[in-house]
Design a protein around this ligand. Structure first.
Ligand code: KG4
Ligand code: ZN
Length: 410
């Protein structure tokens, strides 16, 4: 089953094409081939605003989604130009005008390019419906709906956070047929999702069934990295910048002399509360006040502070996850989301998993941040688990909403 994945929830315009085989719900032995996987990041454009600027994100998605789509599919057999372009009938064109009412630029590209192409061999379109920036999500959703209309394809709405969870399950190595499998989950599993907008602990007792155990009450872990980085004068996104700076401190003679002891001490928010919620907003306030008391913010001061920020976030995440694992008697620990790119966090969770003799499933470095491969594969698993989700009727497709019901993670 060939699934096209589309992701435009934040600041990456991404499209992927996968070919999946096998049933997930019964045997957990599906395999997949990656036929195309393109990510175009907008990060350099948002940097001057110090974060993602929603209307710019939407504009960039609308401008780039169709070229990214073509780039992803161009190597596919059968995906080629028709001998003669055939324009859409007036009813289809009227429907397309309605779909793209807020994306006139994308409509223009769509009307110009899609009629020149032969229908590719795709069985369904998986698209992120949320959570994310609403104007940005609508670009991907509307593009998916328009393709579904003109090529008569079903649409599978995919939860972005489920995509991050699935990215942890993908085998990195392919066999001779270029097929890759899914890592085995022994249930119950605890899933920690840490991204720019979310920090969630989830219990998984069976495939594709999620029970929310705890979440952040204010800022997400990625947001805490981004906001504290800003206080240190570092560019967006702050996570990788803090990590780089923290590493310079950890490798410095100062740190070695003091045996990794830091002059600064930040709170580990809610670490001793008996629930599984997080709260990271106090961290940025603590960093702000600490920095205000230091007249000379030398590069050593900044590196030392970056290291303490990384440690505070890491320890908080590890402590809450340990609690969740213990209470659920988890056998597998799964991590997903952009923050899992952080090497200190990866190492800390590796240690936690080893101490507790459980399997740690974590995305490969290139799949930690937003991409459409995870969306295509989450869509494939959903389609396989319940054929009902393969909504083919146009009236059902039309009803799919951005940031619609998030029942999957409740
Ligand atoms: O999952 P993601 O790409 O987008 C969302 O769905 O939000 O996550 C982006 C977040 C940003 O907050 C970014 O600062 C953080 O992931 N991030 C990191 C690292 N790389 C990205 N945080 C800490 N260390 C990193 N190496
Ligand atoms: Zn994400």
């Amino acid at each position: 089953m060939k699934i096209l994945g589309i992701e435009t929830s934040c600041d990456e315009t991404a499209v992927a094409l996968v070919d999946g085989k096998g049933d997930f719900s019964k045997t957990f032995s599906p395999v997949f081939r990656v036929l195309g996987n393109t990510v175009l990041t907008q990060i350099p454009l948002h940097r001057k605003y110090g974060g993602v600027y929603p209307s710019l994100a939407k504009r960039e998605h609308a401008k780039n989604l169709l070229p990214v789509f073509i780039e992803t599919l161009k190597k596919e057999k059968g995906f080629e130009k028709k001998n003669r372009a055939s324009a859409f009938d007036s009813q289809t064109e009227a429907e397309l005008q309605k779909i793209f009412v807020r994306e006139p630029e994308l409509l223009e590209q769509f009307l110009k390019i899609i009629p020149t192409l032969k229908k590719p061999k795709i069985d369904a379109i998986a698209v992120t419906y949320g959570p994310g920036l609403e104007p940005a999500l609508w670009v991907g959703l509307n593009f998916a709906k328009a393709l579904a209309l003109v090529w008569n394809l079903p649409v599978i709405p995919v939860n972005h956070m489920e995509g991050h969870a699935v990215s942890a399950l993908l085998e990195e190595k392919a066999n001779k047929k270029k097929e890759r499998g899914f890592k085995k989950i022994i249930y119950p599993a605890v899933l920690l999702l840490v991204s720019g907008g979310h920090t969630e602990l989830i219990l998984i007792k069976a495939p594709l069934r999620y029970q929310l155990l705890g979440a952040t009450r204010d800022d997400a872990a990625g947001e805490a990295f981004d906001k504290t980085a800003r206080l240190l004068g570092l560019p967006y996104p702050g996570g990788p910048e803090i990590a780089k700076l923290a590493e310079t401190f950890k490798n410095s003679t100062l740190s070695k002399k003091t045996i990794q002891k830091n002059r600064f001490s930040l709170p580990r928010p809610m670490i001793s509360s008996d629930n599984l919620d997080f709260s990271f907003s106090g961290l940025k306030t603590a960093v702000l006040y600490t920095l205000q008391k230091i007249p000379k913010k030398t590069s050593t001061v900044k590196a030392e502070m970056a290291s303490e920020i990384e440690n505070a976030i890491t320890e908080t995440l590890v402590s809450k996850t340990r609690k969740a694992m213990e209470s659920a008697r988890a056998k597998t620990l799964i991590l997903g989301g952009g923050v899992t790119a952080n090497k200190t966090i990866r190492a800390a969770f590796q240690k936690l998993a080893e101490e507790n003799h459980l399997e740690l499933l974590i995305p490969s470095a290139e799949l930690t941040t937003d991409n459409a491969l995870m969306i295509a594969l989450a869509g494939y698993l959903r389609a396989k688990a319940s054929e009902k989700n393969l909504k083919k009727s146009w009236s059902a497709i039309k009803k799919i909403k951005a940031n619609g019901s998030l029942e999957l993670l409740k």
